[in-house]
Design a protein around this ligand. Structure first.
Ligand code: DAH
Length: 353
């Protein structure tokens, strides 16, 4: 066969092989077998020296044309194969970066826990310790040692959930069992005074329970923070100064406080502390029922009878106590009109805090 004939043959079979190459690897193998160092077309081009002069031009022309056609075919096939390969790779990995990502909601402290922490923090700043008392109490700690005997009318205001034990726990004159869910954190005062001698500066946060039907201002379970100070020479002035400081820290420096006489069995004298209304600033509005003041907490000087239960000498020591509802403080601070909103677990409400 003439040299030109074999060039044509190499070219035809190369073009066929290029067309049939199924992937870029196979295509590269075709390129090497034709155009590589030892490729079929390369060896013809290398042997041009041995070709008779009169044939050189013709053979050279045929070889060049074959080379160009093969190169063009390789390039076109490579482009087609690599596009297909990229396509296949993308659909196999299939990540659509235009889709919005999956976000995990970040949890936060519940408003009630948050308020509890804020309140404790304010008192911790004054050097108070934070203690915890039991939620299941006996009549003694919840009422009697707090100067509230079974026949005391104040008991009627705090009906609780009684825990009747299988052995038939004792009942009192009211027919109640001895063990109950505490109705107030005030019992913690007794626990602390039993286990510790003055000076005492403590706050005790925790849950309390009452047999109340939920309404805008009542919950059957809520949170209180009890405070107790017992030291030498503690006066009503200390109580006022401390709670005024607390209210300013909690609600804002511009808020005023006032103390109204009240009754609690375990403090004498007893008062309720009000803070000036945050909405009308004392002018009188619907929120404060036209008075300009909102009630914040109950407090008073520790009744000497209570000291009698824990063997502290009222001639030597005096003290004050206070108790506040955390949910109530939260509602006052954020103008929430209904206590029940705090416990319904509605994320649209809770996420605002
Ligand atoms: N324990 C009272 C209640 O639940 C609140 C209270 C009032 C606590 C006066 C006190 C206090 O420590 O001194 O209504």
């Amino acid at each position: 066969m003439s040299v030109v004939g074999s060039i044509e043959e190499i070219c035809t079979s190369a073009l066929g092989a290029i067309e049939n190459a199924e992937n870029s690897e196979a295509l590269d193998a075709v390129r090497v077998s034709v155009m590589g160092k030892k490729g079929s077309l390369t060896s013809i081009l290398k042997s041009m020296g041995q070709i008779p002069k009169e044939q050189k031009a013709e053979v050279g022309k045929a070889a060049n044309s074959a080379k160009k056609r093969i190169e063009a075919a390789l390039e076109a096939r490579f482009a087609a194969l690599s596009a297909a390969e990229l396509e296949a790779k993308m659909s196999a990995e299939a990540i659509d970066i235009t889709l919005p990502g999956k976000s995990r909601p970040i949890g936060t402290r519940h408003l009630i826990n948050n308020m509890e922490a804020q309140i404790c923090e304010i008192f911790a700043g004054l050097g108070y310790v934070v203690v915890a008392g039991p939620e299941v109490e006996t009549q003694y700690y919840n009422f009697e040692a707090l100067n509230t005997p079974a026949d005391h009318p104040a008991r009627g205001l705090q009906d609780s959930f009684y825990i009747v034990d299988a052995t038939g726990a004792q009942t009192n004159v009211r027919g109640e069992s001895d063990v109950l869910l505490r109705t107030q954190t005030s019992g913690t005062q007794i626990h602390v005074m039993e286990s510790q001698r003055p000076p005492i500066y403590m706050v005790a946060p925790g849950k309390v329970y009452r047999k109340d039907v939920p309404d805008p201002s009542h919950l059957p379970q809520f949170t209180q923070i009890e405070g107790l100070v017992v030291d030498k020479g503690i006066t009503f002035g200390d109580l006022k100064g401390t709670l005024d400081y607390f209210c300013k820290k909690m609600f804002g420096e511009e808020r005023k406080t006032r103390f109204r006489p009240h009754f609690f069995p375990f403090t004498e004298p007893s008062v309720e502390a009000d803070v000036s209304c945050g909405i009308c600033h004392g002018e009188g509005c619907r929120f404060c029922k036209g008075t300009g003041w909102v009630e914040v907490l109950g407090c008073g000087m520790v009744d000497p009878n209570v000291f009698g239960f824990v063997d502290i000498d009222p001639e030597e020591y005096s003290g004050f106590a206070f108790g506040m509802g955390v949910e109530r403080i939260a509602c006052l601070k954020y103008n929430v009109p209904d206590l029940r909103m705090l416990v319904e677990g509605d994320m649209r409400f809770l996420r605002q805090f």
